[in-house]
Structure formats: structure tokens, C-alpha cells
Design a protein. Structure first.
Length: 257
């Protein structure tokens, strides 16, 4: 048995006091990309290897089936190891980040309720192992981690519950049945709810902004801050890191087998 268990991390950069988290809800507060029309197009920066490229392309296609948004894969603007954020878009990266336990990280920076940028990191240290080096696990994690910067939370956080047929549902068995490798109708319906209004400004594609870059390398456990809550079997934990001046990091830790 490994001394460090694998887990998935979802890290959120917030500029205001976070609303109460409702476990099992498929939205994360009211965080969303500001935009003046629907559908809008969000760029996904490709900083992944040829092994991951098909999964990134597939996830982008899956999420683009939403009637309120499209995603498009474009050239990345960072290096996989550093995976620094870029205003107005989501950078997607993979690298051997080490035996730190996590499978993937999805980070968003927000100003008020508006997302200004995002980052997805996939840890090849664990995806090189026999447990996670499968199409099912790669597809699930890529799909889910891109779903988070769109404003989606998990549909269910209990690994042993029956699969919901959604990549936003954590599971011990991505293939199911039903398969948890793609979004389901509930995910698309939730996106419609999140983006049912229009804004007077836009954060999509904006290359400038005042959102801090702190947290680009905050994937070590020592930087998570204080434990806020944990689910009954401690498979899901939420940490909060206060950056000062109203800036905070909320870190979801999801433990695997």
C-alpha cells in the first residue's frame, strides 16, 4: 500500500468571502464567466502531451454541446511544469508533479462572482501507474477538471454510490455502468442555470486584469491552509487559505483508493 494516497484537488481562487458550500450541488456558489451574450467561447490552452491531446479534444467537444457555451482548444501560453494562469482563459497542463498524492487540480480565479482565469493540472506521476493509466480514468479526470472552471461542482462525492453517468460524479469505477466519462444532461441543465443571465462586462478572453497570480504553484499540501470541512468518510476535504486583502484560496481534496 502506498504511503501517500492518490487524490484529486480542486482549487478555487476567490476575492470575496465564499458562500456556504452545499455538498452534492452541481454549482459552485454563483461563480461564472462574465459575458454579454450566449453562447460564449472559452479558450482552453493546450499545454499537454500527445498522450493527453485526444482527451483534451474530447472533453472540449463534450462541454461544447452545452447551448450556453463553447470551448475551443488553442495553443498554450505556459510550460507544463509551471502551468501559470492566463487572464481570460483556462490553461490545461500535464507533467510529473511528483508523489504528492493528487491526480489533478482545477483552479479558478474570481473577482466577486466572476471567473477571470483558470488552470487545470494533471499529475503524470500517478497517471503512469497501472491503477490510473487507463482511458476511463484519464477521460473522467480531464472532463471533470475542465468542468470546474466552467462553474460546475460535483454531482456526488461518495465514491461507492452508484454512478450517475456524469464526469462530475466521483467514482471508484469510471467505466460503470453507467460510464462517468462524459457530462450528462444534468450538467448541461446546470450550465443553463448558471448562465441564464447576461452581464454588462466580460471576463472571457480578457488579457488584462487585477486578479493576483498567487496560487499558480500552490499545489503542495502545506499551502492549502486550514481545514474547513470534511465529508463523513474523509474522502472529501475542503481547505481555505487566506491570501490577505480579501483574497482567498479554497482547496477541495478528493482522496482515491
Amino acid at each position: 500500500m502506498k504511503s501517500v494516497r492518490g487524490y484529486i484537488v480542486v482549487m478555487w481562487m476567490v476575492l470575496a468571502v465564499s458562500p456556504t458550500v452545499v455538498w452534492g450541488s452541481n454549482t459552485w456558489g454563483n461563480y461564472h464567466w462574465a459575458r454579454t451574450n450566449n453562447p460564449f467561447t472559452l479558450k482552453l490552452g493546450d499545454n499537454v502531451s500527445s498522450t493527453w491531446d485526444p482527451y483534451l479534444t474530447e472533453a472540449s467537444s463534450d462541454w461544447s454541446k452545452s447551448i450556453v457555451l463553447d470551448t475551443t482548444v488553442v495553443a498554450g501560453q505556459t510550460t507544463p511544469q509551471s502551468c501559470k494562469s492566463t487572464n481570460g482563459r483556462v490553461e490545461v497542463c500535464n507533467a510529473k508533479y511528483g508523489y504528492n498524492g493528487w491526480l489533478g487540480i482545477a483552479s479558478i480565479w474570481v473577482s466577486g462572482s466572476h471567473i477571470t482565469k483558470g488552470v487545470v493540472k494533471l499529475n503524470d506521476t500517478y497517471f503512469a501507474t497501472s491503477t490510473y493509466n487507463t482511458p476511463g480514468w484519464r477521460r473522467l479526470v480531464m472532463c471533470q477538471e475542465i468542468g470546474h472552471p466552467l462553474g460546475l461542482d460535483h454531482q456526488d462525492v461518495i465514491f461507492t454510490n452508484p454512478n450517475l453517468g456524469s464526469c462530475m460524479d466521483y467514482t471508484n469505477n469510471p467505466l460503470g455502468p453507467p460510464s462517468n466519462e462524459h457530462p450528462n444532461q444534468h450538467d448541461y441543465d446546470t450550465l443553463e442555470t448558471i448562465y441564464s443571465h447576461l452581464d454588462t462586462t466580460t471576463t472571457v478572453g480578457q488579457t488584462t486584469g487585477s486578479t493576483p497570480s498567487a496560487g499558480d504553484r500552490a499545489w503542495q499540501a502545506g499551502q492549502w491552509g486550514r481545514l474547513v470541512r470534511s465529508n463523513p468518510d474523509r474522502r472529501i476535504e475542503l481547505y481555505e487559505r487566506d491570501l490577505g486583502r480579501g483574497h482567498k484560496v479554497l482547496t477541495h481534496v478528493i482522496w482515491a483508493e
